[in-house]
Write a protein that binds this ligand. Structure first.
Ligand SMILES: *Cc1c(COP(=O)(O)O)cnc(C)c1O
Length: 470
């Protein structure tokens, strides 16, 4: 039979839509009709071009219907979904940075319908959305005032626009940071309309460098935390308290971009100390900015705290309307901040902090348990072992911190570790690990205990060559 004859037997789109299973799926509302029509067209087109190129038979109507349903199903499936993070990178920006606490997840749902985001229930008046978290932020940081925007990049842009538009901002050359490839201090400065005045050198900047740069156009002294890199060796930078003293003497303001905005002392966790928000506030900094989803462990947000005049200037700035957070962010942030009111429990209840502070003994026990279960499930299909390794903080925070951990190592029999990695990525839920020299590495630090069963199941099935991979 020629290709042309074979193709004449191919059903038309309408016939595929009349197939009982396709019709039933549309009638039940499982699949929207336009998605099914589009999928049927694509399936038929692929068959046509394959047959024309001499590659195979024309499938029957049942097979075309099956492929159409599968394709339409993939088309309407959500793109965004849960991922099991076995990379050991706690604040993994590509995987959504900080995983939210249970309390924050519940708060998101409570606020999802109508909620009092800008409504004062006591008086029936219109309120400001900052009021949702201002009090708890003041309580936790000691600041006079607080407001919230979409992320810390927005907070820095807003702060510079509100405090220094068309005027000069003095910054140390050692603090002109780039974070995540698109947040660059000089570029944000340009966008804000402020004029960058660099002082000092890459490794050393002194107080008199700032002092000499102060002139009639100066509005602000800016300090930026070098979140994602360290300058080692012979270095000098000026503490915030000294900048504040200098600024006051000249009637200027000080702004500090803290990046992570840590609220707790991480010394107990065994990482280098990160400046806390309360320290910056206590030093007298007018405006302190930081992220909600880095070491704070909450939703993506940019938080501004500090003196009343500086925060009000931001809250009233026209840009605020474009940068303001939505009710879901505020709900999750309020719940996360609420957990910090109990400092004895916060390390347990905020997942990012719990993961960072997990002990080596605990991680070893979890890796051992996982390795044992995996070895039982996969039999001779892979070699399963354990090894000492390091986890990372991620999210451009604490770049030098190497958190000692225990990992599970999986070496598929007959190689094929990249195939295993790819299969795990395409499962539901997907599992993301690390590949190192023919071994798949899974770090229990970033895997929730409740996810372990799913993880074992995923690896066992991904190693099963007879299993139809989904
Ligand atoms: C991470 C970071 C930012 C950007 O914060 P986002 O919340 O990612 O927008 C800005 N400045 C510093 C110092 C940072 O560490």
């Amino acid at each position: 039979m020629s290709a042309a004859e074979a193709l004449r037997r191919l059903p038309a789109v309408d016939r595929v839509l009349q197939h009982p299973e396709v019709r039933a799926a549309v009638e039940r509302g499982d699949l929207p009709r336009p998605a099914v029509v589009e999928a049927a067209r694509e399936v038929l087109e692929r068959i046509r071009s394959r047959v024309r190129e001499g590659g195979g038979d024309v499938p029957g109507l049942d097979e075309v219907a099956r492929q159409t349903l599968a394709r339409a199903g993939r088309r309407v499936a959500p793109r965004l979904g849960r991922v099991i993070n076995a990379t050991g990178v706690v604040l993994h920006t590509n995987l959504g940075r900080a995983p939210l606490a249970e309390e924050a997840r519940e708060a998101l749902l409570r606020a999802a319908g109508y909620c009092n985001v800008e409504f004062r229930l006591a008086t029936g008046e219109r309120g400001h959305r900052h009021e949702v978290v201002e009090e708890v932020l003041r309580e936790l940081t000691g600041a006079e005032a607080a407001c919230v925007v979409n992320n810390n990049a927005a907070a820095v842009l807003l702060g510079l626009s509100a405090l220094a538009r068309d005027r000069e901002v003095v910054v140390s050359r050692g603090e002109l940071v780039e974070i995540g490839g698109s947040f660059r201090v000089p570029d944000v400065m340009a966008q804000s309309g402020a004029v960058l005045r660099e002082v000092g050198t890459t490794n050393k900047t002194h107080l008199d460098d700032y002092e000499r740069a102060i002139g009639p156009d100066t509005a602000l002294l800016l300090k930026v935390h070098t979140s994602n890199y360290r300058i080692l060796g012979f270095t000098a930078s000026v503490p915030a308290a000294d900048l504040v003293r200098l600024a006051r003497a000249h009637g200027l303001a000080v702004m500090e971009d803290l990046g992570s905005g840590c609220f707790v002392d991480l010394a107990g966790v065994g990482v280098e100390p990160e400046p806390t928000v309360a320290e910056a506030v206590a030093a007298g900094v007018d405006l302190v900015t930081f992220s909600g989803d880095k070491l704070l462990g909450g939703p993506q947000a940019g938080i501004l705290v500090g003196r009343r005049a500086a925060v009000d200037a931001c809250a009233r700035h026209p840009l605020m309307r474009a940068l303001r957070p939505d009710k879901l962010t505020l709900a999750a942030l309020e719940a996360t901040l609420g957990l910090y009111r109990d400092p004895t429990r916060v390390l347990e209840r905020v997942p990012a902090l719990r993961m960072l502070s997990a002990s080596l003994g605990e991680l070893e026990a979890r890796a051992r348990g996982l390795a044992r279960e995996l070895a039982e499930r996969v039999g001779s299909r892979a070699e399963v072992g354990m090894a000492r390794d390091v986890s990372r903080v991620g999210g451009g925070a604490l770049p030098l911190a190497e958190l000692p951990t225990w990992v599970v190592e999986i070496r598929p029999a007959g190689g094929g570790v990249s195939e295993l990695e790819a299969r795990l990525r395409r499962r539901r839920p997907p599992v993301v690990g690390r590949v190192r020299e023919g071994v798949l590495v899974l770090d229990p630090r970033t895997v929730e205990t409740e996810e372990e069963a799913d993880l074992v199941e995923a690896v066992a099935r991904a190693l099963d060559s007879t299993e139809e991979q989904r």
